[in-house]
Design a protein around this ligand. Structure first.
Ligand code: ADP
Ligand code: MG
Length: 466
């Protein structure tokens, strides 16, 4: 049967791919309409799932008929034992459903604890290999969290970093970062059992165990984990029983020096609906926040992503995007993917016009005009001065200059009268504003560095105008 399949496959993939990915497969058995094949490694299995599902499907259906199914058996790297077979049931499962089909975790996503003796190779860590430190761009907004992550990845279990609690808003990179830690540990310390779960995975597993009277198995399973990552822990709020279980698991792991990493949308002190004893444990180790990405970080993320996809993007476009997408990085991801789609499939050149069009479709509300608020905020950020001080009456030179620059841009980019501009800067009169405009223009003539700074700011602001 397998030889027949191979014929079909050979016709559909190149010779080289055939030799690399299909020659090493050993057919194990045919049981009714189920063919079981043995693949040399987990990686091999995942590669097949990612790249050859349509081909495999066609082969199986041609040879075994429309009800034909394929099961994998993955050879475990250490000691050459065989992991339990995984059923990949075409056409129900495709590559998109890989998570539930990875070996060792069973087909049921929520019953991982059926394997009593854990072997790191038979646990599906639920890590996405696409998230690494390498492609996690470092910036002011995430530096502390990132270096905490790197430290934990080097030495998981160190008391002062245990637990590691990372918090921040939507799309700031929490999941990316904790997954990067998991991937790093998994590749550097293959004997460690790494497990990533988000709150809903954990809760569902727990409720399942509760229902099936398998709480002991559930606990045993978690006890054997060396690195536990619990994402979005804030959603455990109000779930008394699940919290209680997590409390026990936390204690067991922590006592035996196992690393726990959590993410949340706010720091433990602001978390509502949690048992006090649990919250106090959240504060035992290190808490670090991830902030909204700043302009430079966004720019670097855009450039890295485009580079990874081999796409050229003009500087004015990347700067425009870094400025305009100010909701969160998930939206940015959407915008970039759409641009990549246009560039590769529709063969369009990525220019400002295309970027604007894409953005308009993806993010409904783009500011159509530059507001005084936006100018003030941008200028204060660029000069690294306190926004309120800049809008107020402080007379220090390092505040006065940014204030004058902000006034200058208000004149250039808004319809406001001089008097109204003055109103927006602590109630100054129009002659102060005129003086500000003159002195900015003077400084631009005499100080090339200053001029460069102002021009640069002007470019950034102008992108928001139309
Ligand atoms: P969160 O979990 O905080 O909501 P995610 O980790 O899901 O955010 O990040 C959203 C998207 O932005 C992901 O595609 C992620 O890869 C990307 N991203 C976030 N921060 C960075 C960063 N510093 N460098 C590269 N990509 C990032
Ligand atoms: Mg997340």
């Amino acid at each position: 049967v397998w030889n027949d399949c191979l014929e079909v496959i050979r016709e559909n993939v190149g010779e080289e791919n055939f030799n690399t990915w299909f020659k090493p497969i050993t057919p194990l058995r045919v049981d009714g309409d189920v063919l079981t094949i043995q693949v040399p490694s987990q990686f091999f299995y995942e590669w097949l799932e990612d790249n050859y599902v349509p081909v495999l499907k066609r082969a199986i259906h041609t040879v075994l008929g429309p009800t034909g199914r394929l099961e994998y058996s993955v050879v475990v790297d250490s000691g050459n034992q065989q992991a339990p077979a995984v059923s990949v049931n075409y056409p129900v499962n495709g590559a998109g459903n890989r998570r539930s089909a990875v070996n060792g975790f069973g087909n049921d996503d929520y019953s991982p604890f059926s394997y009593k003796a854990l072997n790191p190779h038979t646990v599906n860590s639920r890590l996405n290999a696409a998230y690494s430190f390498d492609n996690f761009v470092e910036g002011d907004c995430n530096r502390l969290a990132r270096s905490a992550g790197v430290a934990v990845a080097k030495k998981p279990g160190i008391t002062s970093f245990n637990p590691l609690m990372l918090y921040g808003g939507v799309g700031v990179g929490k999941t990316h970062l904790v997954q990067a830690i998991g991937n790093e540990i998994k590749s550097n310390m293959p004997s460690k059992v790494v497990l990533y779960v988000d709150q809903s995975d954990f809760t569902n597993q727990f409720l399942n165990a509760l229902q099936n009277h398998k709480l002991q198995d559930f606990q045993n399973f978690y006890q054997q984990v060396d690195l536990l990552i619990l994402d979005d822990v804030q959603f455990l709020a109000g779930r008394e029983k699940t919290q209680e279980m997590f409390f026990h698991i936390f204690n067991q792991l922590h006592q035996s020096g196992k690393q726990i990493i959590m993410t949340s949308d706010c720091p433990p002190r602001d978390m509502k609906g949690f048992q006090e004893r649990l919250l106090s444990r959240f504060k035992w180790g290190l808490t670090a926040d991830l902030q909204e990405p700043d302009f430079e970080t966004k720019l670097a993320i855009i450039n890295r992503k485009m580079q990874a996809d081999g796409i050229q993007i003009p500087t004015e476009v990347s700067e425009y995007l870094a400025y305009s997408v100010d909701t969160n990085l998930r939206d940015m991801e959407g915008v970039l993917n759409s641009l990549i789609f246009h560039a590769t499939l529709l063969k369009k050149e990525i220019d400002l016009e295309l970027a604007k069009e894409v953005l308009k479709n993806i993010i409904k509300e783009i500011q159509s005009d530059v507001s005084v608020d936006f100018i003030q905020k941008t200028v204060a950020e660029s000069f690294k001065v306190d926004l309120d001080a800049m809008k107020g009456k402080v007379k220090k030179r390092e505040i006065v200059i940014p204030r004058q620059v902000a006034m200058y841009f208000c004149k250039r980019y808004t319809q406001l009268t001089l008097a109204l501009i003055g109103e927006n800067f602590g109630g100054r009169d129009h002659s102060t504003v005129i003086h500000a405009l003159e002195s900015v223009e003077d400084m631009m003539k005499t100080d090339p560095n200053f001029k460069a700074t102002v021009d640069d700011l002007g470019k950034k602001l102008k992108m928001r105008v139309n």
